[in-house]
Design a protein. Structure first.
Ligand code: ASP
Ligand code: MG
Length: 450
């Protein structure tokens, strides 16, 4: 079997869902499990409903719910216009979910309090609605489709908005539900993103979490591959919004994909790699608007080529130098610097240490950073460089890529820190933010178009 995950833009309207149906039709002999996201922008709308409810803005909640209802009803009517019986049932199912949400949001409005648990319940609605419509649409096309509730399968901790699955329990659930409820159907369909805690309350896997759901299902079912369908021709050599001349990466390793995500590339949800790598399941990234394109394949290192794969960047970072007047030694420096970072939950993108200094790269606007720096200033000299960006060349065996450093210095004017990652999967450079665009295009051109 295979897993096919379709993101929000791939299911955004009637035309997009039509494409999904024809893509899936071609794969039916491979017994796909289809995993879908909410329609594009719906999760954001649900977040705003949750916020408005907390702020007791009843009118805003009402208006947003009306537009949520309208969008889903219109879509169901368009897709099911030739199947009046299915349409009636589908509208009934949608209405009971939306009415449930209305009551729940009304309750939040009344008390003016929103817990992560309540928020997860509200924002999970998007996938439950989209998957309902799409399952009916398959049935209307004569493809018998079983709709399964992902919350009965993926069991997580109770970190409601960024829940982490218990993979052992989840695998058993998935196998049990599949074993009992999928026989005789052409196709099985479920939701990305949504899950539940062990007490049955709804949780979500974090934004963009549907990729992760797909990989979890792939692992639990021993899929032959996991296909992630988006609206670009595979994983690109850099962010296509930043540069026109990007290239498709044909093949890359799990480790390279994870490194790209860590260095700021928006490829796959970073946790997606783990379950796939554990069972050695290839992940393909494909374009639902151009299904003929071979996309990108993520697989084991031995099966993928060496060399640079992409230039990733983090646009907004701060670069920090912590210098001690005493020789603390590397152990002492790291211990003293990381204690306040850890206790203030500050994520560090990159760190480098000497006997008396530590250099750090940290995402800008990190809560807790000021508190951590204040703690360090009690014993060290701390210099903060703002308005910086980090640019990273990612790929196996790229170290010493000839001429790279020179070109980066030339294009950026100044490199604040250059660093090779410990696993040698990336070379990273912190530069002034106003030189990011020109440096990115120079480096990308130098690596990929020479
Ligand atoms: N619908 C969720 C989001 O927008 C999950 C996903 O699409 O991956 O983040
Ligand atoms: Mg997505």
């Amino acid at each position: 079997m295979i897993v096919m995950k379709f993101g929000g833009t791939s299911v955004q309207d009637e035309e997009a869902i039509g494409r999904v149906i024809s893509i899936v039709k071609n794969r039916l002999p491979e017994k796909p499990l289809v995993v879908v996201s909410a329609l594009s922008k719906v999760t954001k709308l649900l977040c705003s409903i949750a916020e408005a409810a907390e702020a007791q803005q009843e009118d805003v909640v009402k208006e947003s719910l009306a537009s949520l209802r309208q969008r889903h009803f219109d879509l169901a009517k368009a897709l099911l216009k030739d199947s009046p019986l299915l349409l009636e049932k589908c509208l009934g199912d949608l209405e009971s979910r939306i009415a449930g949400l209305e009551t729940f949001a009304g309750g939040v409005c009344q008390i003016g309090e929103l817990s992560p648990r309540s928020e997860a319940r509200i924002i999970s609605t998007g996938e439950l609605l989209s998957s309902t419509i799409i399952a009916y649409a398959f049935n209307a096309q004569g493809i018998s489709c079983q709709w399964l509730d992902a919350r009965r399968m993926i069991t997580t901790d109770n970190n409601y908005l960024n829940a982490r699955p218990d993979l052992v329990v989840t695998e058993a659930n998935v196998k049990r539900v599949f074993g009992m409820e999928t026989k005789g159907f052409d196709l099985v369909l479920t939701q990305g993103f949504v899950a539940s805690a062990s007490d049955g309350s709804t949780t979500v896997l974090g934004f963009e979490g549907s990729d992760y759901s797909a990989a979890i299902f792939g692992m639990a079912l021993g899929a032959k591959r996991v296909e992630i369908w988006t609206d670009v021709d595979g994983i690109r050599s850099t962010d296509p919004r930043a540069l026109d001349s990007t290239r498709r990466i044909e093949c890359l390793s799990y480790e390279e994909a994870a490194e790209m995500a860590a260095m700021g590339a928006r490829v796959l949800h970073p946790l997606t790699i783990e379950p796939a790598r554990n069972r050695n399941i290839p992940i393909m990234v494909l374009n639902s608007k151009n299904p003929a394109c071979a996309g990108s394949t993520v697989l084991r290192g031995e099966e993928s080529p060496d060399g640079p794969k992409s230039v990733a960047c983090r646009e907004n970072v701060v670069f920090i130098k912590v210098h001690s007047p005493k020789m603390e030694g590397i152990t002492g420096m790291l211990a003293r610097v990381f204690a306040p970072l850890y206790s203030n939950l500050v994520p560090v993108t990159l760190a480098k240490a000497t006997e008396s200094s530590v250099y750090l790269v940290i995402p800008e606007d990190t809560d807790g950073l000021e508190a951590a720096l204040a703690a360090m200033e009690k014993w060290a000299e701390v210099t903060v460089y703002r308005d910086k960006s980090m640019i990273s060349v990612v790929g196996r065996n790229i170290v010493g890529l000839e001429g790279l450093g020179d070109r980066i210095i030339e294009a950026s004017g100044k490199v604040y820190i250059a660093n090779v990652s410990a696993d040698m999967l990336s070379e990273n450079f912190v530069i002034d933010r106003d030189r990011l665009a020109v440096t990115l295009s120079t480096i990308h051109d130098y690596i990929f178009n020479r």
